[in-house]
Design a protein around this ligand. Structure first.
Ligand code: FNR
Length: 195
């Protein structure tokens, strides 16, 4: 039976012309046809307050329902002051609560990001990986992708420019393979703890 994989895309920027939104859209164009994607709306979430755990806002319930529907996660984030943007951390916290009801858990993920700085979100991605590890998310380790948002990254149609297309194709192939392998119960290391 052919599987279909649905991926929840979490973009860490709310900016209208966000490079990271464009990066997410260009990546999706490279995915095989058994993958579908939907963008998670993190901009309407209230500021996380633990007092609200037993009466979460509708936007929080929607976030958690969207996450539970997905077989994988794609994080595309800018770097703000050498870390992840507050809006992204807010969404991560909301999805993780109340205690024992972590909607991010046990999902394979890809982590990527673009910044105008030459090191391309490397520090933000490391911070994000730290949080994801605690949330029991299985983030693909390699290939890493620290994207420098500069002239020529995208063409006029919003696809990757010629200089970068091969790299992003390889990245997407690895990510979709990561999600497929995660889904495969025949891979022994996924079902048996090492002695
Ligand atoms: C930035 N930017 C930035 N860039 C970077 O490489 N390292 C950093 O630490 C920061 N810090 C930072 C803080 C804040 C508050 C802002 C608004 C911006 C610049 C950032 O890379 C640039 O604004 C990108 O365009 C943000 O991504 P989007 O919104 O285009 O996806």
């Amino acid at each position: 039976m052919k599987h279909n994989y649905h991926i929840a895309v979490v973009v860490g920027s709310l900016r209208q012309d966000s490079f990271n939104k464009k990066l997410a859209h260009a990546l999706i164009q490279l995915a095989p046809d058994d993958f579908t994607f939907s963008f998670i709306n993190i901009g309407d979430l209230p500021l996380y307050n633990q007092d609200d755990d037993d009466h979460q806002a509708e936007s929080v319930k929607q976030l958690k329902a969207d996450l539970l529907d997905a077989q994988g996660l794609l994080f595309v984030t800018p770097e703000y002051n050498r870390s992840i943007p507050g809006v992204l951390k807010n969404a991560l916290d909301h999805g993780s609560r109340p205690y024992g009801h972590n909607a991010w858990a046990k999902k394979p993920a890809g982590v990527i990001g673009a910044s105008v700085g030459a090191h391309g979100t490397s520090m933000a991605q490391q911070h994000l990986r730290n949080v994801l590890s605690y949330l029991d998310v299985y983030a693909m380790a390699q290939p890493e992708a620290y994207v420098h948002a500069k002239e020529g990254l995208f063409d006029a149609d919003g696809n990757f420019g010629a200089a970068n297309k091969d790299f992003f194709e390889r990245w997407m192939k690895a990510f979709t393979g990561w999600v497929r392998d995660f889904d495969n119960p025949l891979i022994p290391e996924k079902v048996q703890p090492a002695d």
